[in-house]
Design a protein around this ligand. Structure first.
Ligand SMILES: Cc1cn([C@H]2C[C@H](O)[C@@H](COP(=O)(O)OP(=O)(O)OP(=O)(O)O)O2)c(=O)[nH]c1=O
Length: 209
């Protein structure tokens, strides 16, 4: 059984490595424009499936190969906040998220060789502290917000804005580990076959491979 990750995102690759199933990467470039009045839930699930199907078509659907696609979107008051188009757009998004809670939805789709699609979605509520205009300008200057839904990355400097969350940290970053593992396990992948032993440093608690 083979696995393909339909993603150009280095974060998704990093997260999928934690499930220790070997995989190949096939980046896909699909139109991520929401349909008119498309609810966020339908949008994020549609894109995850479309990404997986696009990669499957690209590689010609080889036998015994499963393709994983995923999409993350930030939702505020039912509005979809995608990746910012420029600095002003990012500033608008971050001002909107400032001092309140929003949702981050991540959908994962696993397309099988027989055309079967398994999918799941993890919604996470994220609370931001109040952001000063200076925070927003300085954050944009780091370059981090540009390629991220909602104009922030929880795993980077954007983590400084997050007071708390209810859901999955990894889903906000791009791939929910527990739920993705469950999809793969149900498809027949052995989640521990690729795991390697790690040694731990008893003084610092640091673990090194
Ligand atoms: C909210 C948030 C988003 N993001 C990222 C995750 C996704 O990579 C990106 C949302 O865009 P996506 O369209 O989900 O993903 P992508 O274009 O980066 O990669 P691909 O379509 O090839 O799989 O925003 C973070 O890294 N951290 C965060 O805290």
């Amino acid at each position: 059984m083979k696995l393909i990750l339909a993603s150009a995102s280095p974060r998704r690759q990093e997260l999928l490595h934690l499930l220790t199933v070997p995989f190949a990467v096939v980046p896909v470039d699909i139109d991520e424009t929401p349909e008119a009045d498309e609810p966020a839930v339908a949008y994020v699930e549609r894109l995850a499936i479309e990404k997986a199907r696009a990669a499957q078509q690209q590689v010609g659907a080889p036998p015994a190969t499963w393709v994983l696609g995923s999409d993350t979107t930030v939702v505020a008051d039912a509005d979809i906040l995608g990746k910012p188009t420029d600095q002003a757009d990012a500033a608008r998004m971050l001002r909107r998220l400032s001092g309140r809670a929003h949702e981050v939805m991540t959908a994962v789709a696993l397309c099988g060789p027989d055309g079967l699609v398994q999918h799941c979605r993890v919604d996470t509520r994220v609370w931001f502290r109040t952001l000063a205009d200076q925070d927003i300008a300085a954050y944009w200057a780091t370059g981090e917000p540009a390629d991220k839904a909602g104009a922030y990355g929880i795993q980077g400097l954007g983590g400084r804005f997050v007071e708390r969350l209810d859901g999955s940290y990894h889903a906000v970053m791009g791939l929910p580990l527990e739920q993705t593992g469950e999809l793969l396990r149900r498809a027949g992948f052995d989640l521990w076959s690729g795991a390697v032993r790690v040694s731990s440093d008893s003084k610092t608690g640091n673990r090194t491979a």
